[in-house]
Design a protein around this ligand. Structure first.
Ligand code: ZN
Length: 134
């Protein structure tokens, strides 16, 4: 598998609008757009940061993964995403290595990317996302 760069860092927040003002007004980043990803019960704001992005994630449901994350850990970094050249190939390779995957097949992520998560048990405690952008 070939990792190209850190694609984005996903940050779980209680309230997107409240959090955005820090990143835009104080840090001076630009919000490039907001998207709801129904499948993951999440509303995402994209903040490009050089060659990668920060993604602020607000849950759209109390049952969503972001809501559950905040309940357990509070607000903060929820996952790190690596951009790979070919996600199907990467997943196949990781499976061969005996890595535990959350997604065996890529699914649709924010911004039209193909994404898949590795299990934190396989990565020494971080939720790692693979992302392929076309
Ligand atoms: Zn992500």
């Amino acid at each position: 598998m070939k990792v190209l760069k850190i694609d984005h860092i996903g940050i779980a927040v209680n309230n997107l609008d409240d959090s955005l003002s820090f990143y835009t007004d104080v840090l001076g980043l630009k919000c490039q757009g907001i998207e709801i990803v129904e499948e993951q019960k999440v509303k995402v704001a994209f903040l490009p940061c050089g060659d990668s992005e920060l993604e602020l994630l607000e849950s759209t449901s109390p049952e969503g993964p972001i809501a559950r994350f905040i309940e357990k850990n509070g607000e903060g970094i929820q996952h790190i995403a690596l951009q790979v050249e070919n996600i199907e190939e990467a997943l196949e390779y990781l499976k061969e290595q005996g890595m535990r995957l959350i997604d065996e097949k890529p699914r649709y992520g924010a911004g039209g990317a193909k994404i898949a998560f590795l299990h934190p048990k396989a990565t020494k405690g971080i939720l790692l996302e693979l992302s392929e952008r076309s």
